[in-house]
Structure formats: structure tokens, C-alpha cells
Design a protein around this ligand. Structure first.
Ligand code: UN1
Length: 503
């Protein structure tokens, strides 16, 4: 049944898989464990050629005026709008997220395209007051080169788009190594981009966007290549550390979006109706496989016995099933390894006196080979050692707190620093949480959950999350190099700092 759906989607997207077919890598649908397609991995020579092409493309693209570059991204946004349904369905088929979230992911791509189009007429540099008479200082932002993007299975297409839309308007070319678990969505996205290129005209050089299909070694080769001027990597902290080491050695820039271990504090004054909805969406959405997923819930003593039973009731009734079905809210985990990791995390939690609610495998009729689970709530006596780790599955640990400072310390105690939130109607608590002495995360929200960020803000986090920022605000600056230019329009040559140097 999935293969019929796949065929319809590929036809609608006008994609020929024949160029990619092989048996090195298999796209497996987490819905039923069936192979969707067998693909050929790029050889080392092909990876090199792709980077050659991308580098040659950069040398031309950097000379195209930025607003014209924005036009290409605008056309890509149009392709995405026209094919939102099909691409969203493909995300569901290959990554297993429910259709609403598959469509949401494509919408995030459209949103960043719109943002980038506007940006293409900005890319502002400052004019700076010079200390010397008859001098003017200014800065310009110039393209960097080839941007190498590594993306994960859980946002198989949006992460590339956040990077690529900015990179293209900034005058860069992009090589993309998607997760080997989700090559088909990458192929589809690449094909849609190439449609936009075809409509754009001949000033889009061949090689502006290159797709690298393969396992880890192909990604490693891309990271090591000196012509890749910026590596933007999304995935595990382990992967990010390896990328960072290689890039540090060759002194190359990185944008790292690594593990998250996101918390929410529910304070005594919280609007519990809203909190319950926010908690559920952020903890079980994408089956707990977002880097922004809510993993740790700190509930004030005074409301614990009201809130936690309500959550259990909701958890007991969550529709787990085929993500293509409208009624489903929780789709499958990506694969067996993910299920095993979840089970061992739950076993450790039990050994730490955690009380586990849910977390069992759920058999979905007709999809017996998919790894479906009921999301788990784990009541913990305190923030145990296991809560310092990110397990990419729907496990939410719950811990009581009595004092806001204590809850903020718990929030900040883990090595990751991506997202965080507080539910409170108390202004003092809200402001304290987002203050310098509050949450140490890149994202700190009030009265919304930690996941589901809009593209307009800078996205990313601190500590082991890697420190990178993508998407909105001034994240574009990471994709450009800044030059400071000082102009002397006087008839003399005064030196800075008043130095006299007469020859
Ligand atoms: C991720 O999980 O890799 O904020 C990114 C969110 C999404 C992005 C998640 N906009 O949940």
C-alpha cells in the first residue's frame, strides 16, 4: 500500500528514481518496515566531483546581485507551495511523522524561503564613525563559498531549507549530505529545487545545489574537503563533536545543531488547560523525535496531583498508529534501534526508582513491522543521572519542585542547552526565567512548549547543543564573511591611535 502511495507521490513530484537506484542504501518506511527504494551511494570520486561543481558554481553565483539570488529562492518557495501535499506525504512515508507534521515541515521550508527573499534585499552592513578626519569606515557582507549541510532523519527536508535558503541568497553554493535513513525526501527536495533553477534561467550555475547520497564516510569526506567553507551539521552530539574536531583542525566555520534535553517548568499560577496541550504536543509530537522535544517536566508541588493524573489520562488515550491516518497523533519510531534505546532508557529509569507509565510497543494491525510505542511518562524522585542524556524517543520524565530557583537549576543542570519553557501567569517568574540568571538555553519560552519554533527567530542552543544558530533573526551572518573597509578621502595620512611615524 505504501508503495502505491510512493508511486503516486513520485509521479506528482515528477521524480525519476532511475538515476539514483542501487543497493548501497535503503529507504525504509518506519510505517511498516518495508523498503521504499534501494539507492546507490556516491563514490569518493563522485563526492569530490560534486564539491568541484559546487565550488565552481560559487565563483559565479557570488557575482549575481543578492536580490536576483532571492528570486531563485522565491521560485523554489513556489515549487514547495505547489507540491506541499506530495512532499509532506513523502516525509510521512519516509520519516514516519504524522501527515500534519509532514505538511508543517514543508510549511517551514516555505516560510524560510519567504524570509530569505526579503533578506536578499537587506544583508546590511554598518557604517562606522572613524576616529580619523576625512575617513569613513564600513562593513560589507560577502559570500563565503561552499556550504556543506548535514541533516538528520527527523526533519529530513526543513533543516536543509533553513540552511540552503539563507546560503543561496548570501551567494553561496550548497552541498547536502542528508541522513541515510531519509534519502528519498532529499532527492525529492533536490528535484523541486532544480525545477526552480530551470525556471530561473541561465545565471544559476550548474552545481549550485549538490546532493550527496551515501553513508557516514561520504559526509566525512565533505567535512574534510578544504573547499567547504562552512559546515552546518544537525544531529547527535557525538556526530557534532567529530565534525567540530575536523573543522577546528582546518579552522573552518561550523554551525552545530546537536542534542537537546528540553524542560518545562509548570508553576503554581499556570493555566493548566494550556499547559496540558503544550506538554502533550511537545512531548509526543514527532513521536518524541524532535531535538526540541519536551523531555523533562518540573511540576510545582502544589499542582502536581492535579496535573500529573490529567496527563496520564491523556497519555492513555493517545491515538498511536499509521501516521497517514488522520486520527493518528503518534506515529512510529524511526527504527528498531530507536525502540531498543527507548526500552533501555526506561529500564535505567526504573532502576533509579522511576515509575513508568506507558512506553510499551503497540502493535498496529497491518503494520506489524513498524516500531510503534505508547509514549512514556516517568515519575522520578529527582533529576537522576539518566535524565542528563537525550534519548530520541517519547519519554517524558516528571519531577516535583517547590521553589523556582531550584527548578531553574534543574533546567540548567544538563549538558545540553537547546530549548526550555515555563508555564506561569506570574510576571516575576516569567521574567526571571528568561533573564540572564534564568534558563541557559538558546530558546526560553513563556506559556508555550519548547518545540515548534517559528522560523523568524534564530534557532539553536548552547553547551553540548553546539552553539549554532539557523533560520531567522541575524543567523544569516554565519553564512557570510564580513569585511571592514576604511576609506580615506582626505589629503593626509593620519594613523590610528595617533601614532606618529614620519619617514
Ligand atoms: C529539530 O528537531 O531538529 O522547533 C528541529 C521545532 C522545529 C524544529 C525542530 N521548528 O520543533
Amino acid at each position: 500500500m505504501n508503495n502505491t502511495t510512493l508511486h503516486t507521490i513520485l509521479t506528482e513530484l515528477d521524480i525519476q528514481l532511475s538515476d539514483y537506484q542501487g543497493s548501497d542504501i535503503h529507504s525504509i518506511s518506519p510505517i511498516d518496515g518495508q523498503v521504499l527504494a534501494g539507492l546507490r551511494s556516491d563514490t569518493a570520486a563522485e563526492v569530490k566531483q560534486r564539491i568541484d561543481r559546487a565550488h565552481a558554481a560559487f565563483l559565479q553565483w557570488r557575482n549575481i546581485p543578492a536580490p536576483r539570488r532571492g528570486e531563485l529562492v522565491r521560485l523554489f518557495g513556489e515549487e514547495l507551495r505547489a507540491h506541499k501535499q506530495a512532499l509532506g506525504q513523502l516525509v510521512t512515508l519516509e520519516a514516519g511523522k504524522i501527515l500534519q507534521e509532514g505538511l508543517g515541515e514543508v510549511q517551514e521550508m516555505i516560510d524560510i524561503c519567504d524570509f530569505a527573499v526579503g533578506l536578499s534585499r537587506q544583508l546590511y552592513g554598518l557604517t562606522i564613525a572613524s576616529e580619523r578626519p576625512g575617513h569613513r569606515m564600513m562593513e560589507q557582507w560577502h559570500p563565503m563559498g561552499v556550504v556543506g549541510v548535514i541533516s538528520a532523519f527527523n526533519f529530513p527536508v526543513a533543516v536543509w531549507a533553513w540552511n540552503a535558503a539563507l546560503a543561496f541568497v548570501c551567494g553561496n553554493s550548497v552541498t547536502w549530505k542528508p541522513s541515510e535513513k531519509t534519502p528519498l525526501t532529499a532527492i525529492a527536495t533536490h528535484a523541486l529545487f532544480m525545477k526552480a533553477v530551470a525556471r530561473f534561467g541561465s545565471d544559476a550555475p550548474a552545481g549550485l545545489a549538490e546532493l550527496i547520497i551515501g553513508a557516514r564516510d561520504t559526509g566525512a569526506q565533505m567535512v574534510e574537503d578544504k573547499r567547504v567553507a562552512l559546515v552546518s551539521a544537525t544531529g547527535s552530539t557525538r556526530m557534532g563533536r567529530q565534525v567540530a574536531e575536523v573543522c577546528a583542525k582546518r579552522l573552518t566555520r561550523t554551525i552545530l545543531e546537536l542534542g537537546g534535553n528540553n524542560a518545562m517548568i509548570v508553576a503554581p499560577s499556570a493555566d493548566l488547560e494550556m499547559a496540558v496541550r503544550a506538554i502533550t504536543f511537545s512531548a509526543v509530537g514527532t513521536a518524541g523525535q524532535r531535538c526540541t522535544t519536551l523531555r523533562r517536566l518540573f511540576v510545582h508541588d502544589s499542582i502536581y496531583d492535579t496535573l500529573v493524573p490529567r496527563l496520564k489520562k491523556i497519555y492513555a488515550g493517545l491515538p498511536v498508529g499509521n501516521p497517514l491516518d488522520k486520527a493518528t497523533l503518534v506515529g512510529p519510531l524511526i527504527d528498531a534501534a530507536s525502540f531498543d534505546a527507548m526500552q533501555s532508557a526506561l529500564a535505567i529509569a526504573r532502576s533509579e526508582q522511576g515509575k513508568v507509565f506507558g512506553g510499551d510497543r503497540t502493535v498496529v494491525a497491518g503494520n506489524e513491522n513498524g516500531y510503534y510505542v505508547s509514549p512514556a511518562l516517568v515519575e522520578m524522585p529527582g533529576q537522576a543521572a539518566s535524565m542528563h542524556h537525550e534519548t530520541f524517543a517519547p519519554i517524558m520524565y516528571i519531577v516535583r519542585y517547590s521553589d523556582l530557583q531550584q527548578a531553574i537549576s534543574l533546567n540548567n543542570e544538563v549538558p545540553q542547552g537547546l530549548s526550555s519553557s515555563i508555564f506561569t501567569t506570574d510576571l516575576r517568574e516569567a521574567e526571571t526565567f528568561v533573564s540572564a540568571a534564568g534558563s541557559d538555553c538558546g530558546i526560553a519560552n513563556v506559556n508555550i512548549g519548547p518545540s515548534g519554533a517559528e522560523i523568524g527567530g534564530a534557532f539553536g542552543g548552547e553547551k553540548e547543543t553546539g552553539g549554532g544558530r539557523e533560520s531567522g533573526s541575524d543567523a544569516w551572518k554565519a553564512y557570510m564573511r564580513r569585511t571592514t573597509n576604511t576609506f580615506n578621502y582626505s589629503n593626509s595620512l593620519p594613523l590610528a591611535q595617533g601614532i606618529s611615524f614620519d619617514i
